[in-house]
Ligand binder design. Sequence first.
Ligand code: AMP
Length: 591
Amino acid sequence: MRYGELVGIYEKLTSTSKRLEKTAILSEFLKTIPANELDHVLLLAQGRVFPAWDRREIGMASQLVLKAINLATGIDQTRIDEVWKKTGDLGQTAHDLTKTKKQSTLFSKELTTKKVFDNLRKLASLEGAGVVQNKVQLVAELLTSATPLEAKYLVRTVLEDLRVGLGEGTMRDAIVWAYLMHETGASYDKEKNELVLPEDNREKYDAVIKGVENALNLTNDFSAVARAAKAGLAKLADITLAPQTPIKVMLYPKAKGIADAFEIVGKLAAFEYKYDGFRMQIHKKGMIRIFTRSLEDVTEQFPEVAKLVEQHVEGDDFILDGEAVGYEKKTGKYLPFQAISQRIKRKYDIAEIAQKFPVELNIFDVIEYNGKNLVNTPFSERRALLASIVKNPHDKKIRLAEQLVTDSEEEAQQFYQRSLAAGNEGVMVKSLKGEYVPGSRVGQGVKVKPVMETLEVVITGAEWGEGKRGQWLATFIIAVRDPDTGDLLEIGRVGTGFKEKEEEAVDGGITFQHMTDLLRPLITKTEGRIVAVRPQLVLEVNYEEIQASPTYSSGYALRFPRFVKLREDRGPDDVNTLQDVQDLYDHQRGR
Ligand code: AMP
């Protein structure tokens, strides 16, 4: 496929903010993509060259892209810099500058999506001497053949910042509209931009959407799901989970307390310690692979965990769900998440850091076992299976999550207090009949924790400090997510909770210097003291209150936000949603 065709779709998507229109545009496009190109074109459509769960990233700094523009156009870097300052968008800059160049020197070859995809993938794999120059050349090669519009989206894709407002919800609906609309009894009225959905067919439509969503949750692979949907509902239903392909983890809404938890999940219920570590989804099929909650592969980072699973869990293939929690070597006491968080992204001295920051694996679920999909098996049976396959469990190594099955509020309260005393965050309360529902907070289980709800937010920008903080980025612009459009919506600025001095940061604290180091490579634009950054770094923040506010694009503002911890185990797709904020706002005391 010509890259220009895809770029045309990007332009159309950007020209509307209406979800239904976006769905229609994408679904029409889906019908035109040849089957053998579906994989890479769908990734590019999302602004990616690797699926979300793939660890590889393009990782190219803006300054290098600027060099590539220089190499492709011959325009000197100062001039490019000037235009960049004006447009604030390096993609737009590439567009404007290629437009002024003579046609004859540019557009020498017509770009294909495959060529773009292949070159961008190569960026991630380059290593060793001359890597910088080679990266610049790969991008420059593409830019030389690109039309101005192509250059704009190419640069944004390289910077992993496409911004065409295409969220997972829209992708999902577009798959239905493109291939399964005849099964739903619905149609799209283009004139009115309306979904025509007779009342009698509502259930049918919802069921088909659910079917696609379910397939996506199990595979996290839009092209596999699109291909199945194209072949019909039966093929879609055939999609099942498979060890080695990460599935979206089940999430748990919050209950107000023990009584409320019983009300939601029913009696009897299973109470479990809520460990303050991070999620591990562990797959075995041949080898063991470990994924985080945002489905990043961290097998390399936790070789000792893979080994323990190999030794202690019986079975040819399986998918387990659990929480790895750090503990102090001397005392064995649990440590809060931030103490071990650095292990997640660590690329060197792995054995050493594993020694220094050991983790205990608490397994709490099994989703697949020896070829059998267990998502519809009741939780009590899954837990019983776990108990039978985890051999010689060992504290501080590998064990089942501490559990108590009860219908007594008093016993539950005591268990909750015991969990807190042991250094945990609270308890999880799970329905014994509950299914494993990937991807959503559905109330098969709830969490109970004493502290005020924190929010997970992604940094989209920052401001350089003043005075003695002058050399650091010292205030951070934070955003939540609109899952339908994929847009990140600002909700405030946070500058408290960080440390100024290294000495103050020994116990898991984070300095401004550290924040600055993490953010500097992500800067995409500078305007005075404010910078925009690629949304990658996820923070957990607390706050006094949520206020309605026109200042930020989310329509809300956090009052007195304060940094709690870095969430290296989360990506921008995992941050809290606008809906979460609305719910918290509605439930604030006195409202
Ligand atoms: P939260 O991050 O506050 O939404 O709480 C849910 C998280 O708690 C899950 O994603 C797990 O990482 C973690 N967790 C800790 N212990 C358990 C447990 N026993 N069962 C389920 N999740 C747990």
